[in-house]
Design a protein around this ligand. Sequence first.
Ligand code: GLN
Ligand code: ZN
Length: 759
Amino acid sequence: MSTKSYVIGFPRIGEQRELKKVLEEFWAKKSPFNKVEELASNLKKRHWEYQKKAGIEYISSNDFSLYDNILDTCIMLNAIPKRFKELKGEELYFSMARGNKNCVAMEMTKWFNTNYHYIVPELSLEDTYKLNASKIINEYNEAKQNGIKTKINLIGPITFLGLSKRVDDGDTFELLSKILPIYIELFKEISKLNEVVTVQIDEPLLSKDNETKILDLIKPTYNDLGTITNNIKLIVTTYFEHSNEATKLLVNTPIWGIGLDFLYGEKNLQTLKEIANNNKKLIAGVVDGRNIWKNDIKNSLKLLEEISIIVPKEDIYISSSCSLLHIPYSLKYEKDLDKNIKSWLSFAIEKLDEINLISKIFFKGLEKLTIDEQKAFIENIKSNENRKTSELIHNKKIQNRVKNFAKLKRDGDFEERIKIQKELLKYKDLATTTIGSFPQTPEVRKSRQDFKKGEISYETYEKDMKVYIDDCIAFQEECGLEVLVHGEPERNDMVEYFGEQLNGFVFSLNGWVQSYGSRCVKPPIIFGDISREKPMTVDWITYAQSKTSKIMKGMLTGPVTILNWSFVRDDLPRSEVSKQIAVALSDEIDDLQNAGIKIIQVDEAAFKEGYPLRKENIKEYEIWAVRDFKIAVSSAKKQTQIHTHMCYSQFNDIIKTIEDMDADVISIETAKSGNELLKIFKQVGYKQEIGPGVYDIHSPRVPSVEEIIKQIKLLLEVLPKEQLWINPDCGLKTRKYEEVKPSLKNMVEAVKIIRKDYK
Ligand code: GLN
Ligand code: ZN
């Protein structure tokens, strides 16, 4: 019987990160490729079975990938950059993703506003595209052999072009006339399967604000794709926001159904009429595919009832809001989580049951369910009730302090502060510094791990860290850097380190989520009101300061970055959670300055990634994100210099917001763009000081003195030396000391030479 339950896509890395492990072994030439293939088959089979067992009707094939599904789409279209043309098979595939001896990898960038990264296709007018359907057809058949009839997932042509770049100048959308015929051919291939096949085309690009030029492509594209064969049921899905402009067009094409995200795109409710009037099926995304909270089933049913006033019940399907790729696998490995907290959570496998249960209640009615199903519903109601009132989460004292927090900005304006700071800190023009972390050596990693596992005492651990800090400082002094850092040896990760010390956070044991390729992250879970128990960084930083007469820069992660790299509770607005973090950080800053730290850097690496997809929501985000950065640093006295760091270089559309954050110094990632991207700072009359990265730390290459001189001269064409700091473009933790030492020496040397010239 049809359950009308639907999953947009399933994670693929494996619940024990099996795919990661086998890929990395293969890349290290420790296992042959057929090991990878064998594992991939096993994983797919297991994932299909999980879904089938949970009663999901619409299970995907081609949601699996050995690296990334945009990369897979490049292979499907034969969109292969020239430099890789000699290669074949897995060598070609992984070289495109990771580069090889002769060819640089294709670029990688963030998938909409998630922390997943995809490979950016490189297209050109002169390339010939041709169909390679083998992965798609094989995976479909593979599932069938396992007794599962899947829907076929594809990345839509409009989204594919929107995410691509042209290597010959020009607009990527011009290439639709070359790409669409390949999709048409693919559909013909699929129709040869000789049975009715559901094809899900993902078009998340349509959830953004699109120019008419792009919206105009919808009808011709889907009129074509919808009429090729009558044995394809074509579904177009969007997610992460509403797609109202596109929905109105899509309903007038011969597609079978449309998938909408009702959680992150509430406004999708506004197009239900169009969907109903045109008799389209509605894949209703009501179970959160991006967050890890148990669904509030009573609420979801209410939402579905509301939808079914307009769209007939028989046309509705119950779905995840997006692919479950963005959440971990299963709670079954979480042996250490607090029992209560665990009862509020639901990872991918648990969400399958939710989708199924919602669909059963919605379509059959509660009376018709089995006793176990009824029990599951009651459990769900109970745990949602319990979460609403639990003392673990709700702390009146914190809420009141945050609500009444009155210090919304620092004392003094920038001009006044910088004058005091320059007098007191006596740093030169073109002052040299680094972004914070130094190479994480095997010894330091081991010590941290051993300490975590309880294998060494705190004393031993502390001693190890201090040895690292001593060496790190000795090197910086020897090399002549002017504002020093302690090197961050005690931090595994810039968010985890703070999450572990703040109330309101928990960590899973196995909550891994794919970030790109084989790389996974394990985001902290913010479950409750946030507060600081005691100073988090003061001991390390003051120890470091005691070892040098130079200025030691304190190092913190900012509220917006902590928020954006965590799973955030969904019972409070994100802005509230961010404010709680900010208040906690303001205490830390106060403690640092009272302990004698004169410069404090508050990293906002993820400030830009938190931007909403839709313009209509940007203002609001900017207001609270800036507010919370300012709250975090509000405790800083006029003489305490506040730095911030951001891991990107495109500031054109957000420069005024960055200025409003009112940091005294900002370091940014301009190393790869010469001085082009810096010009915006000059154009808007940005007053604060800036440290544009003078070399790229993402590559092991050691930049020469001449090269850095050239780069600094370019910077000086745009901004006066009084306004500039000189630093690498990001933290050094992923590099090796052998690369970092000569690079920093060259950087300091370059500044010495330039200073002579510019006397
Ligand atoms: N202070 C951090 C470091 O140097 C900043 C890293 C980042 O912004 N990604 O590692
Ligand atoms: Zn950075």
